[in-house]
Write a protein that binds this ligand. Structure first.
Ligand code: MSP
Length: 507
């Protein structure tokens, strides 16, 4: 049997409620998971939450709650949102799950015994908010101890710590990058990583003395494990690494290595330098791909709670529906680059493509079917035509794009097919045919309906609920997967006509 296609999202910090940025990574992962399931692959889709560390401890304190109780509350918000957005994950890992904690501790022990983790002293600057040590060389203004990422003040620390020998894997990592040009996408991001590796990797401090809320270091129980070292391991703790290591249960190998780790552009460094090195140290295969997507900003600025410009997914879902949100996020901007979020562009995209093109195609054709053939797809001779030809091209283009994780292009190709179908209606003018060639109208309507079945099918991963509704409107139930234009059955009887995407009038 084929290896299971393994897709992951990052695990989300639970110091605040999920916003549109978190939804973005998860929706993208879900679309790819649904696509691969649709073409018949076994898929394992993992998501979860990153629950340890100072930031979470602080947020819990502010809310006067123990960290775990606080975590449970935010995790529920994530799970609720994923349910509303139809996220079809197969497993949800929390870093507070017992299996995860055990796995992290085991891995620290394994690497300590191997000599890849060793005891040393850390002296330097630390950013509490980012939970990261900052090198003097990384300071933006050499005289000022300010975090280069979040611009908060840094703290000077000196402490006994344990280090992971990242430097040992530098050359192997470089070779890996050079041999696997597709490892990090979009490819323009690879150069930066290669430069970082070439400049020299220093060993990574993986323990914290001052952070209480975390997994205890099995070698020195007074310390906790650095959140990033803890978090990255979720990708294997969730799929049975411990059982594989301790009991030789090889279910793990049916899923690992990951086929794609979806991450935002600010965290691919962790996924393409630290994570592969940990895997090499464990003797495991490396992920096939890490995709670093762009960011959604608001009026050119990073969304943040303090600026009050965070977009709440529910504000959009409640007005436009979940599928419109899924569609918009992947349609508006190519996946690798940043996008500026605005209500105007959402409304324009919704009205022009969902209401005017897709919605309109369905309502026009269904109304004609009611009028000219009693709502039945009548038998007729099936002959190649512009719509059958174009459908075949689009199916090819769509598959190629999905496999390149190019959602933007995949959706564009569907929209092209919709536009050509609408134009076909104008060109054929069935209302005229009805009077002169009543027989010809059967084929024209068949050609349209067969194409609309393909359109709905291609939309299934992107807008699962609406696509299901489209198929029902065409009188076919179930999940269509065949991608054969001619397979639209005769005698299907269309469903009750509904408006798929009511036009939104700007207030
Ligand atoms: N906990 C870490 C990931 C550990 S993975 C082993 C983390 N969590 S996060 O909650 O801060 O972010 C998770 C994801 O949300 C990232 O992929 C990030 O890029 C994405 N987004 C958060 N805000 C975003 C936008 N404004 N726009 C697009 N995505 C962004 O990092």
């Amino acid at each position: 049997m084929d290896k299971t296609f393994f897709i992951t999202t990052p695990i989300y910090y639970i110091n605040a409620r999920p916003h549109i940025g978190h939804a973005y990574t998860t929706i993208a992962s879900d679309v790819l998971a649904r696509y691969y399931r649709m073409i018949g692959k076994n898929v394992f889709f993992l998501t979860g939450t990153d629950e340890h560390g100072q930031k979470v401890e602080n947020s819990a304190q502010k809310n006067s709650m123990p960290p775990k109780v606080f975590a449970d509350m935010i995790v529920k918000e994530y799970k609720d949102l994923w349910k509303v957005l139809d996220i079809s994950y197969d497993a949800f890992i929390r870093t507070t799950d017992e299996i995860h904690e055990k796995t992290v501790r085991k891995i620290v022990e394994i690497l300590y015994e191997k000599g890849d983790i060793y005891k040393g002293k850390y002296k330097g600057l630390y950013c509490i908010a980012c939970e990261s040590y900052v090198l003097e060389t990384d300071l933006e203004d050499k005289g000022k101890e300010i975090c280069p990422d979040c611009h908060r003040e840094l703290k000077a620390v000196e402490e006994d710590s344990y280090f992971f020998k990242l430097s040992k894997y530098q050359n192997r990592l470089l070779e890996f990058f050079e041999r696997n040009k597709e490892f990090l996408s979009p490819s323009f991001r690879s150069k930066e990583m290669i430069n970082i590796i070439k400049n020299g990797l220093i060993d990574l401090c993986i323990t914290r003395n001052t952070v209480e809320w975390g997994i205890k270091n099995p070698i020195d129980e007074k310390q906790t494990i650095y959140v990033w070292f803890d978090a990255l391991i979720n990708y294997i703790s969730a799929i049975g690494f411990l059982d594989f290591y301790e009991k030789k249960n090889d279910n793990f190998l049916k899923i690992w290595p990951a086929d794609i780790h979806f991450v935002g552009k600010e965290i691919y460094k962790f996924h393409t330098i630290i994570w592969p090195s940990i895997l090499m140290a464990l003797g495991l295969e490396l992920p096939k791909k890490v995709f670093g997507h762009g960011w959604w900003v608001f009026a050119g600025e990073k969304m943040s709670k303090s600026k009050g410009n965070v977009i709440d997914p529910y504000d959009i879902i409640n007005v436009f529906g979940k599928d419109a949100l899924r569609y918009f996020l992947l349609r508006e901007v190519p996946f690798g680059i940043d996008g500026d979020f605005s209500m105007d562009s959402l409304i324009d995209r919704y009205n022009s493509e969902l209401a005017n093109e897709i919605g309109n195609l369905f309502s026009r054709v269904l109304k004609m079917l009611e009028k000219y053939s009693n709502g039945i797809i009548l038998e007729c001779k099936i002959e190649p035509n512009i719509l059958s030809e174009k459908s075949k091209e689009v199916i090819k283009e769509y598959k190629k794009s999905m496999e390149k994780v190019d959602f933007y292009n995949a959706i564009s190709s569907i929209v092209d097919l919709v536009k050509i179908s609408n134009k076909y209606i104008e060109d054929m003018a069935p209302w005229k045919l009805a009077k002169i060639y009543p027989d010809k109208i059967k084929s024209v309507l068949y050609n349209l309906v067969a194409t609309m079945r393909i359109i709905a099918m291609l939309l299934q991963p992107i807008m699962p609920e609406k696509a299901g509704q489209m198929l029902k409107l065409l009188g076919i139930s179930g999940k269509e997967k065949d991608f054969v234009w001619e397979n639209m059955p005769f005698n299907a009887s269309i469903g009750k006509i509904e408006v798929l995407f009511p036009r939104y009038e700007k207030k």
